[in-house]
Design a protein around this ligand. Structure first.
Ligand code: NBP
Length: 480
């Protein structure tokens, strides 16, 4: 007699916590399976209150589930996920639902959804954000797949998701890979957010000589305003931490080489394919890469820098300028991230509600922030904004911060302090608002060496200049 209404496959840290979260909600009976059965036994023994149903084989798992059977896979992304999907397909029936809650690349999810759909089984790629704590207490959930599968899955996910202002942080993002795509962009924005905060810390520390603990107080104060967010909050905690062994700030003994698990790079690679400038996110990914090239950095320490020592005349005013630069650059990062979502939705036929995406990022996930309420409102007011930063609230915010932002980027350049995310975001802003760009010259160069043609500002058509001859202009004939 099947007793469980939901199963979790893969019981490492994320799967165990998600299974416990599911089991803690009334009405759920959770079947659990792990390739190595000892892990299943350990989880059940450690949490008798969860009343898990043990499955030692995939067939036992299928037999323990009510129909339509629903199983959430929480295994390592890549081949392990494919292996588990194949096993589940062999024991499930048409109408059942397989959910991949791992960090899959969205193109893998599109491929898997198409393959599983052939069997009549639903496949849902579901982005899950919030780390292990989120999985246990309430993550932000970004499911894709069919609308039909969401009818069964939605009520289950709504009860385990984080809650923001009374609303569960989950929505049916779109079909096939849309959920994993949006999770990927979430992670890209997370990279940018973290890098911007790190640049703000570095500039304040080197510009004012304040200690990490004093800067922690600044971040705490910022957390009471428009920058309020989980990342600002934890930054203050990290900066306040003292290393027990040396008695110095922990941040000073941590090796300054940042790691990455790949989702930031995926966001940038995908943006390159889509032709969407996500420069803030890209700089954040590259800043981690640069930090990790230790041998090169070591060899380059004697390269010349600015000759004058840098001092900030008015530390308080400088800190306020940095706060404004951080807010402005953060608006750019989110605006670029949403541009990527819009472009992908168009490319893949996803009907993604941007306001809904902002709404489900308000709690449970790493980029949760007060700011997301403003994004939700901006898209509620105008779902067809040409760019998020053009919403009245963000226009005003950029208007109020851009002078300070420029001062900070100038100060960083003069002081020889790298601020790649601050400065590339400002360049993006200036590029977007420019009346004319030097792209006209680039078009001329392209036409010169490759006959790539150009369009004119004063008449329709495509033109080519005969550079090697008499330099007359001819209207180019489209041969396609
Ligand atoms: P891991 O990513 O470390 O994966 C370990 C799990 O995968 C174990 O249950 C392991 O079973 C299983 N597994 C492997 Br490895 N190969 C398998 C195979 N061929 N067949 C069946 N099972 C296999 O676990 P995690 O850190 O809990 O993350 C789970 C997923 O959630 C990942 O996709 C991850 O990217 C994603 N995610 C993680 C976080 C986070 O903060 N950690 C956040 C959001 C999403 P075994 O016990 O038998 O070896």
């Amino acid at each position: 007699m099947p007793t469980a209404n939901i199963a979790v496959v893969g019981l490492a840290v994320m799967g165990s916590n998600l299974a416990r979260n599911l089991a803690s909600r009334e009405g759920n009976t959770v079947a659990v399976y792990n390739r190595t059965t000892q892990k299943t036994d350990d989880l059940i023994a450690a949490h008798p209150e969860a009343e898990f149903v043990k499955a030692a084989t995939m067939q036992e798992l299928a037999d323990s589930l009510q129909k339509p059977r629903t199983a959430i896979i929480m295994v390592k992304a890549g081949r392990p996920t494919d292996a588990v999907i194949d096993e589940l397909v062999s024991v499930f029936e048409p109408g059942d639902i397989i959910v991949d809650g791992g960090n899959a690349l969205f193109t893998d999810t599109i491929r898997r959804e198409a393959a599983v759909r052939e069997t009549g089984i639903h496949f849902v790629g579901c982005g899950i954000s919030g780390g292990e704590e989120g999985a246990l207490n309430g993550p932000s959930l970004m499911p894709g797949g069919t609308a039909e599968s969401y009818e069964t899955l939605g009520p289950i996910l709504e009860r385990i998701a984080a809650v923001a202002e009374g609303e569960p942080c989950v929505t049916h993002v779109g079909t096939d890979g849309a959920g994993h795509f949006v999770k990927m962009v979430h992670n890209g924005i997370e990279y940018a957010d973290m890098q911007l905060i790190a640049e703000a810390y570095d500039l304040i520390r080197r510009g004012t000589g304040k200690s990490p603990a004093e800067i922690a107080d600044i971040f705490d104060a910022w957390n009471g305003g428009e920058l309020e967010s989980y990342l600002i909050e934890i930054t203050a905690e990290v900066l306040r931490q003292v290393d027990a062994e040396t008695g110095t700030p922990l941040v000073d003994v941590i090796l300054d080489a940042a790691g990455a698990k790949g989702t930031g790079a995926w966001t940038v690679q995908t943006a390159l394919d889509l032709g969407v400038p996500v420069s803030g996110i890209a700089e954040a990914v590259f800043a981690r890469s640069l930090s990790s090239r230790l041998a090169q950095r070591e060899a380059a320490t004697d390269l010349p820098g600015p000759s004058d020592a840098w001092t900030v005349a008015d530390p308080e005013a400088f800190v306020e300028d940095v706060r404004k630069a951080l807010f402005a650059s953060k608006i750019i990062a989110y605006s670029q991230g949403f541009d990527e979502i819009v472009a992908a939705a168009e490319e893949h036929g996803w009907e993604i509600q941007k306001g809904e995406v902002a709404r489900i990022w308000r709690a449970g996930c790493i980029i949760r922030a007060r700011f997301l309420n403003d994004i939700t409102s901006a898209y509620a007011e105008n779902p067809d904004l040409p760019a998020l930063l053009l919403a009245p609230y963000f226009r005003d915010a950029l208007g109020q911060t851009q002078e300070a932002w420029r001062r900070v980027v100038v100060a960083a350049a003069q002081a020889g302090i790298p601020a790649p995310a601050f400065s590339s975001s400002l360049s993006y802003y200036d590029g977007l608002r420019a009346d004319r760009l030097p792209a006209a010259l680039v078009q001329g160069q392209r036409d010169f060496f490759g006959a790539h043609t150009y369009r004119r500002v004063d008449k329709d058509g495509t033109f080519h200049t005969q550079w090697s001859g008499d330099r007359t202009e001819v209207e180019a004939v489209d041969t396609h």
